[in-house]
Ligand binder design. Structure first.
Ligand code: HEC
Length: 97
């Protein structure tokens, strides 16, 4: 049965449940981690540690962006790690062939 599912399709999605606050990110960064507008960066396949560092920098004010600074202010360290690991696990091309 499971042999009918191509291995690539199984690998395309993270196996864990989506992080609690993922829905906040989707309008701009997409469910597949590809930014939905030219100035929304792709997060798919980005390094998790780098993303955690950026989210902490938005929260602390070290890095400033009107929207991301507000969004990061509502994230705990645990949220940041879960969201970053989720996006890091997505294929960098958004899962397109
Ligand atoms: C309203 C749109 C919007 C939403 C919602 C949003 N982001 Fe962003 N995000 C952006 C934009 C725009 C940037 C680029 C900021 C800049 O230009 O400095 C960014 C940057 C980032 C970066 C840094 C990327 C890099 O390459 O340095 C991370 C990580 C990130 N967002 C994660 C998240 C997460 C996680 C969520 C959900 C909790 C989220 N964002 C929600 C618009 C959004």
């Amino acid at each position: 049965m499971s042999a009918a599912v191509p291995a690539a399709a199984q690998d395309a999605a993270p196996t864990t449940d989506p992080p609690a606050k993922l829905s906040t990110c989707l309008p701009c960064h997409g469910r597949n981690g590809i930014g939905t507008a030219p100035l929304n960066p792709n997060l798919a396949g980005q390094k998790a540690l780098y993303m955690v560092k950026q989210l902490k920098a938005f929260k602390s004010g070290e890095r400033r962006h009107d929207q991301m600074s507000l969004i990061a202010a509502d994230l705990t360290d645990e949220d940041m790690e879960a969201l970053s690991e989720w996006y890091a696990a997505l294929p960098a091309d958004g899962g397109n062939p």
